[in-house]
Ligand binder design. Structure first.
Ligand SMILES: NC(=O)c1ccc[n+]([C@@H]2O[C@H](COP(=O)([O-])OP(=O)(O)OC[C@H]3O[C@@H](n4cnc5c(N)ncnc54)[C@H](OP(=O)(O)O)[C@@H]3O)[C@@H](O)[C@H]2O)c1
Length: 244
């Protein structure tokens, strides 16, 4: 499988869950992948598993200096960049009436500001044929209890692809949103709990949560030339959750 042969990719949140599954698929398809996240030991474990075509840079998407270090590392080792998977994200539930300013800031710093600077700072290394993939969520479309900040942040991400497709006209760089539904990762466990995960699985027409590899497979499609006429789109990989 060589759909990403010779390409260089950055995957934020690439040490765990959806990002790690995507990193494995990208490398299987011939890519060289930089993963980015805040926990060194988790990054180290992921690189050990992903092998010689993976590098890790430690940092937060909400810290511009950390992102500058990430792209300096990409430039130093690879020169240019073909794919950015802005996937790092976080969220927790707080019902209307209990929402705090800190909760909003924390969610938006990662999911909104973090995605903007992840992409903006990548652009000087990218050129025609480049692909930007943003992780959205079924929550950006549907309503769910206690999800004000998270769902609003993901609705913002959905619009980024529309707005940036305009801003990127003439560059040959595409930008699309990949929106998972309930997917079996640490984030889902923490945000929904065991009971919440069962509820989301039962609400999903396919009657289960996704395996992260099922999201990674679609990330490969959006990263590759197989999706060469797609930009500004949202691809739902949600077992039908947000589609009925
Ligand atoms: N799982 C689901 O059901 C589901 C559904 C829809 C959308 N999503 C989205 O999918 C994406 C990946 O989540 P996941 O489900 O795979 O959960 P996950 O395993 O918890 O992955 C989240 C990743 O993001 C990283 N991260 C979080 N905040 C960061 C920051 N400030 N800077 C850099 N890295 C950061 C985390 O690493 P560190 O903590 O080490 O930094 C972690 O590797 C997220 O955008 C999430 O919103 C998930």
């Amino acid at each position: 499988m060589t759909r990403l042969n010779g390409k260089t990719a950055v995957i934020t949140g690439g040490a765990t869950g959806i990002g790690r599954a995507a990193a494995k698929r990208f490398i299987d398809e011939g890519a060289f992948v930089f993963i980015f996240g805040r926990r060194q030991e988790v990054l180290d474990a992921a690189v050990a598993e992903l092998g010689p075509n993976a590098r890790a840079v430690k940092g937060s998407v909400s810290d511009e200096a950390d992102l500058d270090r990430l792209y300096a590392a990409v430039k130093a080792e690879r020169g240019t960049l073909d794919v950015v998977f802005a996937n790092a994200g976080a969220g927790s539930q707080l019902a209307l009436g209990k929402i705090t300013a800190a909760h909003i800031d924390e969610t938006f710093d990662t999911n909104v500001k973090g995605v903007i600077f992840t992409v903006q700072k990548a652009l000087p290394l990218m050129g025609p044929g480049g692909s930007i993939i943003l992780t959205g969520s079924s929550a950006g479309t549907t309503g769910a209890p206690g999800m004000t900040a998270y769902s609003a942040s993901k609705a913002a991400v959905r619009n980024f692809a529309r707005t940036w497709a305009e801003d990127l006209k003439g560059t040959g760089i595409r930008v699309n949103v990949l929106s998972p539904g309930a997917t079996a990762t640490e984030l889902a466990k923490e945000a929904l709990g065991e009971e919440g995960q069962k509820v989301f699985a039962s609400m999903t027409p396919l009657q289960r949560m996704a395996d992260p590899a099922e999201i990674g497979a679609v990330a490969v499609f959006l990263a590759s030339d197989d999706s060469s006429f797609m930009t500004a789109s949202e691809v739902a990989v949600d077992g039908g959750l947000a589609q009925l």
